[in-house]
Write a protein that binds this ligand. Sequence first.
Ligand code: GLA
Length: 396
Amino acid sequence: MSKEFVESIIENKKNSLNESIEILHSFCPYRVCPLGAHVDHQLGLVTGFALDIGTTFDFFSTDDGEIEVYSENFDGDAFGNINDEFERQYTWVDYLFGAIKTLKKTYSITKGIKGILKGDILGGGLSSSASVILTYLKAFANVNGIKLTSPELINLAIDEERNYIGVNVGKLDQSCEVYCKKNHLLYLDTKTDSTKLIPIPENMPDFEIAVIFSGVERKLAGSAYNTRVDECKAASYALKDFAHLEYGKFADSYLRDVPLGIYQQYKKQLPHTWAKRAEHFYGENERVKKGIRAFQNGNLTEFGKIIFESGRSSIEKYETGSNELKALHEILEKTEGVYGGRFSGAGFNGCAMAIINPEFRDSIKETVRSEYLSKFPDLSNKFSIVFCKTADGVGL
Ligand code: GLA
């Protein structure tokens, strides 16, 4: 087959023998995390909105297990059969192969898929990787008659990202892209898995979410992401030792297990770098609690101010944020009509996000663009800014 042939089947809903064929359509949103950055891998508290931009997949199943997935804007098209071994390709194709391998650990997969995958703006920081993974997991589960609960879907997506792609992510991205609901803020405790969807209060002023692509693409694999996770774990281990607590296995040690009081008592004994990472963790958990109260009260100004503080802590204490993203943070802090903003996601390039007053949409676009490009003129062809609304989690 060819891309045009798969497209024509999707459009006509018929195969070459003119038999009618069931075409499925799925959409998985991207996400932003206004508060609760870099704490999910330490079982902290997080928040998130799903966006009305994301991954769209039109597909149909194949009885012989054949796979043929073309992509409009992700690099790499996927060909093969569900019985293949699937070597890593280091393109977006890995997410598809990883989904099959991950599902196969528990389930029998016999049917393949042919289809076309499309993604909205790329660049990173919006969790497009989790969005693509969830899309594929849901699609393969569906055509193979596997019913996955939301927690199962989330855990499979995390398993794939950690064990196939190789990034020790927490649960933030997958949970947002599954649980979020339009016009609600997701509040998730990644230790207990308790989730709350907080409706936008009636007294809250109207807002939109600006997504600003720095022009430099991001990849977590190979970044300092895993090193930061290890620094947090090392801090938790050391603090437990200072306080004569049971510390168990290193892999199962998290800052969330160390009470704030113990951290305060022993922080001076920690190596300087580890103390900074821990400072971010405890500060961010408090900011999430404060931010949730502000959001529930409809106080967007306070909510936004806390988002800016979270961004500062990510830059100063957690020490992430490329030069481009740090510049964007500074610009957003002084742009009229921006309630709050920070880099979206881990901060290894990619996008920043901001909660904005829609009345200032045009001037924000103009100011951020011109101030940013005066510092990074070479990025003028890649830089972009779009305004999004909140959306529901993944759907088929
Ligand atoms: C990436 C990871 C998430 C989370 C964020 C930072 O998006 O995939 O698990 O750690 O970074 O908050």
